[in-house]
Ligand binder design. Structure first.
Ligand SMILES: Nc1ncnc2c1ncn2[C@@H]1O[C@H](COP(=O)(O)OP(=O)(O)OP(=O)(O)O)[C@@H](O)[C@H]1O
Ligand SMILES: [Mg+2]
Length: 334
């Protein structure tokens, strides 16, 4: 049976979007500017980068807040079902149609925001029908004889390069121009690694709390955090959420001050122990002073910089110090 989203409401707001990195701050600033304009927005980004979160946050920061936020995943229905889901139908429109007909999701979005997720997967005939709706600002249910006026804002999202789909004639260029008024590109996690600790820490803490841990504020071992930050996260925040749960389950039986052997975590989270391990010498406990200890030689700084591919922010994270502290150490050891 088709699961129809009954609750057309947006939960997320900009306050809940975590990320202080430059690319994330830029994305948040753009989205905040776009939100009140009522213009169509196209959000691009890899799987799990927060496309729906940003769509909801923009809706909640727009004059349509409190109005319906209707999300449609264009990839999750076969064409015929997607059509009746979107447009609804009149009684008797087809065999088995419901008595009295059924309003579609486009109608449900009236006065609010229509979030067209995975728009790149919308079948061409439906793209044509959607374009007509956006141009005419009215819709016709299947089997209907008269259109009804409709008013919604469209936020579309895709992980696919629409330009390529257009070149392959799988996406209508005119629909693209209509949806692409404002565009918001969400950066993948590996381009904003410094945001990773701030996102995963509360996820693990929440999960531990849900599991009934008596150590909800458990700090992650430095080596583990370094591995988390160094991993490339192809599934972005969604993958992070998944691994946070595995880590929480792993940490559960340990006391917060216990020395934890990460070897056994390798079974649960092999991806974190993959091809590019963080430099072992960079994984010492966080230095508590501002000055490098004897151990913390130039070698250790260099190892961290190497493991971090020259990204000072990430190297500082691995060493458990601020970027400015790392900078000072690098100056001092020159
Ligand atoms: N910046 C962020 N701060 C906190 N949580 C985030 C952030 N970005 C995404 N998330 C969380 O990550 C998960 C994935 O986000 P979302 O569903 O918005 O991504 P998406 O780009 O639509 O992914 P998909 O392609 O899988 O549909 C959600 O649970 C969301 O709450
Ligand atoms: Mg999504």
């Amino acid at each position: 049976m088709l699961q129809r989203r009954q609750q057309h409401a947006a939960r997320h707001t900009f306050d809940q979007v975590i990320g202080t990195s430059v690319p994330m701050q830029q994305a948040i600033a753009s989205a905040r500017r776009f939100a009140p304009t009522d213009l169509n927005v196209l959000i691009t980004g890899e799987s799990g980068t927060g496309k729906e979160v940003f769509a909801q946050a923009m809706h909640n920061a727009s004059r349509r807040a409190g109005r319906p936020f209707v999300a449609v995943n264009c990839a999750s229905f076969p064409e015929s079902l997607l059509e009746s889901e979107l447009f609804g139908y009149e009684e008797g429109a087809f065999t088995g149609s419901r008595r009295g007909g059924k309003p579609g999701l486009l109608e449900a979005a009236h006065t609010g925001t229509l979030f067209l997720d995975e728009i790149g997967d919308m079948p061409l005939p439906l793209q044509t029908r959607l374009l007509r709706v956006l141009q005419e600002r009215e819709i016709m249910r299947l089997g209907a004889t008269a259109p009804v006026p409709i008013d919604f804002r469209v936020i579309a999202a895709t992980h696919q390069p629409l330009a390529e789909l257009i070149a392959e004639q799988r996406f209508r260029q005119d629909l693209y121009y209509r949806l692409n008024t404002l565009r918001l590109a969400l950066p993948p996690l590996r381009e904003r690694r410094e945001d990773i600790p701030a996102i995963i820490t509360p996820l693990i803490a929440n999960c531990l709390a849900r599991l009934g841990s008596r150590h909800p504020a458990q700090a992650l071992p430095g080596e583990l955090m370094a591995r988390i930050v160094a991993y490339d996260w192809p599934g972005n925040v969604r993958e992070l959420e998944n691994i946070a749960e595995r880590i929480a389950v792993f940490l559960l039986p340990h006391a917060s001050d216990e020395r934890i052997d990460l070897g056994s975590l390798q079974q649960d989270c092999p991806e974190l122990f993959g091809s590019r391990p963080p430099a072992p010498s960079a994984m010492q406990p966080t230095p508590s002073t501002d000055q490098p200890r004897e151990k913390l030689t130039q070698e250790r700084v260099d190892a961290a910089m190497q493991a971090a591919d020259g990204r000072a922010g990430l190297a500082a994270q691995m060493l458990g110090v601020s970027r400015s502290t790392l900078w000072r150490w690098m100056q001092a050891t020159r």
